[in-house]
Design a protein. Structure first.
Length: 258
């Protein structure tokens, strides 16, 4: 059993502190031989001659994940994706159906592609859905989505205007949010123009004004980052990440028994 992780930032550093603790717990619970971080380059400029999009960055991650899978052809796998790194997991599963029988469980944390009706059993309904679209993947029965209420990447409403901004960009949702916050317009009119919605203010409706305010609120939630602590907050004896570790470990136990 090996745990392969596509972390959130696409870099080559160690996993985040929060995810690192989760992975340590998962190693202990499953008895996996090791946990290895998939390497994928951060989207954006990488030199004068070329730059990475989220798509091309994820493709590099898929190649590295596949390399790791091929290194241990007889081992079962647990795949973990976090935030924008979940695209690497989604894309690899779509591209390599021949290897899915080796995948015992998939854990997707703060997935920008989370379907509206998928969240971890025993945790509150996070409401909303992923800001980047909806992807159930080829093995939804072995895939576990973890999202907390208020997560601005995996739990936005379908009418949130930021979904269009993410869809129209070649960068990750995190980079889209960072760019909007760095140059956030000071009026609804300028914000609407920035998001390319309703260029004529005379045609605006109360519904559109609420949508603009909702998009601004989502960006503020992302900037404040208070929602991130909810992934480790203790509820009824276990944090959401702790619950995810236990669910995956139980699935591993069932597979080994079978």
């Amino acid at each position: 059993m090996r745990i392969l992780i596509a972390d959130s930032d696409g870099g080559y550093r160690q996993t985040s502190a929060i995810l690192g603790r989760f992975v340590e717990d998962l190693l202990g619970l499953t008895g996996a031989r090791e946990a290895v971080r998939v390497q994928w380059p951060a989207p954006g400029a990488v030199g004068r001659r070329r730059s990475h999009t989220w798509e091309s960055s994820a493709a590099a991650g898929v190649a590295d994940l596949n390399r790791l899978v091929r290194l241990h052809p007889s081992d079962d796998l647990v795949l973990i994706g976090a935030c924008c790194g979940t695209r690497v997991i989604h894309d690899w599963m779509d591209a390599h159906p021949e290897d899915l029988d080796r995948v015992v469980a998939v854990g997707l944390v703060a997935d920008p592609f989370r379907p509206r009706d998928r969240w971890l059993a025993g945790t509150p309904d996070p409401e909303g859905q992923g800001v980047a679209g909806l992807r159930r993947g080829p093995i939804p029965e072995r895939t576990h989505w973890l999202s907390v209420p208020g997560d601005p990447l995996s739990g936005v409403q379908p009418t949130n205007l930021l979904r269009g901004a993410v869809r129209d960009s070649t960068l990750t949702p995190v980079q889209v949010y960072d760019d909007l916050l760095e140059n956030l317009p000071d009026t609804r009119t300028r914000f609407a123009l920035r998001l390319h919605v309703m260029n004529n203010p005379a045609l605006w409706s109360p519904h559109l004004l609420r949508q603009l305010d909702d998009a601004t609120d989502t960006l503020m939630t992302y900037r404040d980052a208070g929602y991130a602590a909810r992934y480790e907050a203790d509820g009824d004896g276990a944090s959401p990440l702790g619950r995810l570790a236990r669910v995956i470990a139980d699935q591993v136990t069932l597979e080994q028994a079978a």
